[in-house]
Write a protein that binds this ligand. Structure first.
Ligand SMILES: Cc1ncc(COP(=O)(O)O)c(C=O)c1O
Length: 436
């Protein structure tokens, strides 16, 4: 069992437990705390909003924090994402994005468009419907005949590809699989393809290749299928751009869904980014008929505005790129001494470390070793809080997230890497020593 420390205090990149032990928040919880902990200016903005106007229901009234935040996100997201719908978290934002597209299909006379395609593996949220969209074979006993699963196409992994493939040919194969799946289902029946441009724990931060993104954009456009980027984890600057989608400006998705870093842990918040043309068309025809009580909660909106001020003040999007490179380079430089270090992948400050039994052969660690749990124990022993859990039963590999707050300094990165190397050496020693 991995201990669950009782955390009593948090400041910057650090967390302290009840015994005074200090941990670096090396994954920002589950990739949430982008601006770091204990920010007084954000706390003050939250309190100010609570005193001024704590709540107004989005179906009955408009309010300025919502208008300001929506405009600010749209400005940062740029052309193609002029409209923003604010939710209470990631899963809810994914739900809203799909419901929006479905209602748009109905309003524009395409009632058969109801099938969704996603990748195997993938993660799109924890509601029953979003678990159905997520690609995790171990969920079958729970989900089968209980919710409607999406159609799955293979995720374009790059580190470990089938024997007859290179990463490039495999990406082409995976894009072709999407084309075939849409054709097989009948394009008139397909609503959307949803994909994480940079994955989280489901894929160990798999980054879509340029060619793959351009191909799936072309395929979706050709078939009239909406392309949705699930940037719940990787959006809000983590990758070194405000949106991960900005890495492929000539192949933008139709919708982007974001959450986590937008509230940075100070408040639960998510957002769906949409083009004005689609939203205005639906507004004219039927309007959008779905909502949740806390959509665009005023205190959450004020919090996110203060969070975005911190991004500006600290130039955090640019910092993500620089600090990510620093950590990756430092880790890879020590690869020779870290026998379990397989791959370090990701973009900017959203990375995963894949752990292996043997580097050259990229051989996974045995399932019985439970590397995703053990690495957390060694992390805690070495003053690191790491986010990992086994996904898809370890079928695709074992990894943990490496995604500290974007506010991490150069010196703190060095401390993180030193602690991580000690963690990985302890893990390797335990593996070699056996029995486990
Ligand atoms: C890619 C992705 N999609 C969806 C979700 C669900 O978001 P939430 O946990 O805020 O509901 C997550 C959360 O980890 C995620 O990483």
């Amino acid at each position: 069992m991995v201990p669950l420390p009782l955390i009593e205090r948090a400041q910057g990149i650090y967390l302290w437990d009840e015994h005074g032990n200090r941990y670096i928040d090396a994954s920002s919880g589950p990739v949430v705390s982008n601006i770091g902990h204990g920010n007084e200016r954000v706390a003050e903005a939250m309190a100010r909003q609570a005193r001024t106007m704590d709540f107004a229901y989005s179906r009955l009234a408009r309010h300025r924090p919502n208008i300001k935040l929506s405009e600010r996100i749209a400005r940062l997201a740029g052309p193609g994402f002029e409209r923003v719908s604010l939710t209470s978290g990631g899963s809810e934002a994914m739900e809203i994005s799909i419901k929006f597209l479905r209602q748009h299909a109905l309003a524009t006379g395409q009632p058969r468009r109801r099938r969704i395609i996603t990748c195997q593996p993938s993660y799109h949220g924890g509601t029953i419907a979003m678990l159905g969209l997520s690609g995790d074979e171990t969920l079958h006993p729970f989900l089968d005949d209980f919710t409607i699963s999406s159609e799955k196409v293979p995720a374009p992994f790059t580190y470990r590809v089938p024997d007859n493939h290179t990463p490039e040919t495999y990406a082409r194969h995976c894009a072709a699989a999407l084309d075939e799946k849409i054709t097989e289902l009948g394009p008139e029946n397909v609503l959307a393809f949803a994909v994480e441009p940079v994955g989280g724990l489901a894929t160990g931060c798999m980054v879509l290749s340029d060619e793959y993104v351009r191909s799936v954009r072309e395929i979706c456009s050709r078939h009239g299928v909406f392309l949705v980027f699930d940037e719940i984890l990787c959006g809000t600057g983590r990758t070194g751009r405000f949106l991960a989608a900005h890495h492929w400006p000539d192949a933008l998705p139709d919708l982007v869904v974001m959450a986590k870093g937008l509230g940075s842990g100070y408040t639960p918040l998510g957002a769906v980014l949409m083009p004005a043309a689609l939203v205005d068309e639906l507004a004219q025809r039927t309007g959008f008929n779905f909502s949740h009580t806390y959509n665009a909660n005023p205190i959450s909106c004020a919090t996110a505005l203060a969070v975005l001020d911190e991004y500006d003040a600290g130039d955090l999007v640019r910092a993500a790129e620089a600090r990510g490179k620093q950590i990756r380079d430092a880790l890879l430089a020590q690869r020779g001494e870290l026998s379990v270090l397989g791959d370090v992948r990701g973009l900017g400050l959203v990375m995963a470390v894949e752990m292996v039994a043997e580097q050259a052969a990229r051989q996974p660690l045995p399932a019985a070793f439970e590397a995703t749990e053990r690495v957390r124990v060694h992390g805690l022993d070495n003053g690191l809080m790491l986010y990992s859990r086994r996904t898809a039963g370890g079928k695709y590999g074992d990894w943990f997230m490496l995604a500290p707050p974007l506010t991490i300094s150069e010196a703190e990165c060095e401390e993180l890497v030193a602690r991580l190397c000690a963690t990985l050496k302890a893990l390797a020693a335990e593996f070699r020593a056996g029995p486990w």
